[in-house]
Design a protein around this ligand. Sequence first.
Ligand SMILES: [Zn+2]
Ligand SMILES: [Zn+2]
Length: 345
Amino acid sequence: MTSDESNRVIMTFGLRNIIGIHRLHTGHKDYSVLKAYTHWSCWQRKAFDYIIWCHLAHALEFSVAIVCWLWLFPRTFSDANEWRFQWVSRVVLFNLTCEFVFYSFWHWITHARTSVYAQGPLHEKKFNPSNAYEDKQHNHLQREIFFNTLGWLQSSAIQCIFMWLWASGRLPYYSDFWSRPVFSMTILLGITYWREFHFYWVHRFMHPWWSVQNGLRDGDIGAFLYRHAHSLHHLSRNPGPWAGLSMHPLEHFFYYSCAYFPLLFTCHPLHFLYAKFHADISPIGGHDGHADPAGGSAFHYLHHAIFECNYGTELVDFDSLFGTYREFVRKPARAEFNQEKTHDS
Ligand SMILES: [Zn+2]
Ligand SMILES: [Zn+2]
């Protein structure tokens, strides 16, 4: 939302993006759905981003959480006080269906050879014009789908564990969301900001803690974690949607710890589900490698292209604070696409 190229709020795709891509494809010059936004002052845009847009950008994740609570829970929760194959398999199936529907759909829109959109004007919006999924030698798609699925399986397991803890009375929860309206809404809206805060620190934690100018230092915990876990995510130098959760299981463990807060205080299952599906689905847009009207995250694209910058997001903007913010500049920075830079070699 900050410019045509850069969207630094972690976001997934929504109707706004689908309509925008269709308009772009059908030749609308003004394809943006939120036309008024570009005419607002800087402070108006900031206020809109921080108070309204940051939540609306996650309508898809919230909708999935609602469906899970209203449709899946009534079919599984009464059995969840004991470990049984039937309810566990339903939870896992629900999650894997979400994964393949949402990730495949966005992959098709933005990268598929068979997609009229990917092969049309949207291609001009791609930060790196080449399609990494056509590189048969490295099999990026196969690797990303495999590790992405491991991520969804881990988050499904976390969901099953919380359901079992709640249903068996081992962990308190409340089931009437509106019985505590102020608390319920504060926690729900707070999750949007919490996710961005948590993402920055977990991510920064897995990059070298000290300067890498002279290589990776011995005893640098961040360098150790980068080498043995996070480097797998960075195999996607030119990412697409499936790169979003293509992580080492240890990184999945740190990443999904954003949804462990029901261990600290009594909350509604919807709070947990929103945080969990936010973590599952929001990386799609951030990794699709295209400017607006697709995901628009030049910010995170640049992190994949040149590593030691843009660790977080705009809402909780630690990158500007710690001097690691880099702006994506399309033409002069073209050399960055091909810059061969790795930590280990
Ligand atoms: Zn990274
Ligand atoms: Zn990434």
